[in-house]
Ligand binder design. Structure first.
Ligand SMILES: [Zn+2]
Length: 122
């Protein structure tokens, strides 16, 4: 393997700019050991890809969650434990942004309970 020359520049095949190697990702499968696109172009590409395939990706995640329930629950538990404050904050923000939705949900829930009680009395 050749030594990395930090002064050398590499041309990005997407934006055509010459950038230092620190702006590229390593990739064993390429013959010079580096990706041909710079980091910026790759993140741009990923962003566009996610946008264009949002539905497919959501579907994929949904399927993943269904088939890996235990792993997903476990990793959520670990995440929540490690990020207590962040999780609490995002819950707070969610409640704030969805006040009406939550109120409506609670109203329906109470109605359901009430009805259930009435059914049982009959
Ligand atoms: Zn580029």
């Amino acid at each position: 393997m050749t030594e990395l020359n930090l002064d050398a520049l590499k041309e990005c095949t997407t934006c055509g700019e010459f950038k230092p190697y620190t702006e590229f990702y390593r990739a064993k499968q390429y013959k010079d050991g580096w990706r041909t696109q710079c980091k910026k172009c790759i993140s741009e590409y990923n962003k566009l890809y996610r946008l264009a395939n949002r539905k497919k990706l959501l579907e994929h995640y949904r399927f993943y969650r269904l088939t890996n329930k235990e792993q997903v629950a476990e990793s959520q538990r670990l995440y929540q434990r490690a990020n207590k404050e962040k999780v609490a904050e995002s819950k707070r923000l969610y409640r704030f942004a969805n006040k009406e939705k939550i109120a409506e949900y609670q109203r329906l829930y109470r109605l359901k309970i009430k009805r259930k009680g009435e059914d049982e009395r009959r």
